[in-house]
Write a protein that binds this ligand. Structure first.
Ligand code: ADP
Ligand code: AMP
Length: 216
């Protein structure tokens, strides 16, 4: 059986990295609003043009836009047996909208995995992050380098540094996280759904911890 999961945590906590491993283990799709928005910016769609100015300054894209994106994505058949939300919800309004959306389809969230990493480590991780232009997989220049420099080990496409992975923008993103997203920790804790996980440790160790949390 699959799971309906949320990965919650600040930028650089390891959500995308762990999501890619969970996809393989549980055969459920990763839904990253960041990836969807970056694709919209690249394709120069109307949503992309609207989102870009917020993304460039490390702010959140307006709720109505991301909620619409998630509504469309969750209506696709590949989410029937479960899904991993990575980077959504990021505000209480998004969490409320998600609950309504799922309920109308007779679904609900099973677990909210809350990953904690201290800010200085988050900055180190994000400024060294390399992202694949093809499949979106993340690497790190030092902590998780690709086998061949500049090339995605999974799909062979080129790796690049995201525009918002500069130190100054990252500091803004951390403040945005504290003020707008961290309140979701209490929100999901009071619903009995929060599963706190220490995000420090090797990628494999954290993956093992997640499997234990999910499989009991
Ligand atoms: P998020 O999706 O939460 O923003 P990522 O999964 O993209 O974070 O990870 C951010 C950066 O940190 C990437 O460069 C990734 O390779 C690296 N990273 C992820 N997990 C770990 C870890 N456990 N230890 C060290 N570096 C990590
Ligand atoms: P991420 O790839 O998750 O680090 O997201 C990159 C950027 O996309 C964020 O800094 C926001 O500007 C925007 N974004 C991604 N997900 C959301 C969301 N759920 N709500 C608002 N903005 C988002």
């Amino acid at each position: 059986m699959g799971y309906n999961l949320i990965l919650l945590g600040p930028p650089g906590a390891g959500k995308g990295t762990q999501a890619k491993l969970l996809i393989e283990r549980y055969c459920i799709p990763q839904i990253s609003t960041g990836d969807i928005l970056r694709a919209a910016v690249k394709d120069q769609t109307q949503s992309g043009a609207r989102a870009k100015e917020f993304m460039d300054r490390g702010a959140l894209v307006p709720d109505d836009l991301v909620i619409e994106i998630i509504k469309d994505r969750l209506s696709l058949a590949d989410t029937a047996a479960g899904f991993i939300l990575d980077g959504f919800p990021r505000t209480v309004a998004q969490a409320d909208a998600l609950a309504v959306m799922l309920k109308s389809n007779g679904k609900s969230i099973d677990h909210v995995i809350s990953m904690t990493v201290d800010n200085e480590e988050l900055v180190k991780r994000v400024i060294g992050r390399l992202t694949c232009r093809g499949c979106g997989k993340g690497y790190h220049q030092i902590f998780d380098p690709p086998a061949v420099k500049g090339v995605c080990s999974a799909c062979g496409a080129e790796l690049y540094q995201r525009d918002d992975d500069k130190e100054e923008t990252m500091r803004s993103r951390l403040l945005t996280y504290e003020s707008q997203t961290a309140p979701l920790i209490k929100y999901y804790s009071s619903l009995g759904l929060l599963r706190p996980v220490d995000g420090l440790g090797s990628i494999q160790e954290i993956n093992d911890t997640l499997a234990k949390v999910l499989e009991g």
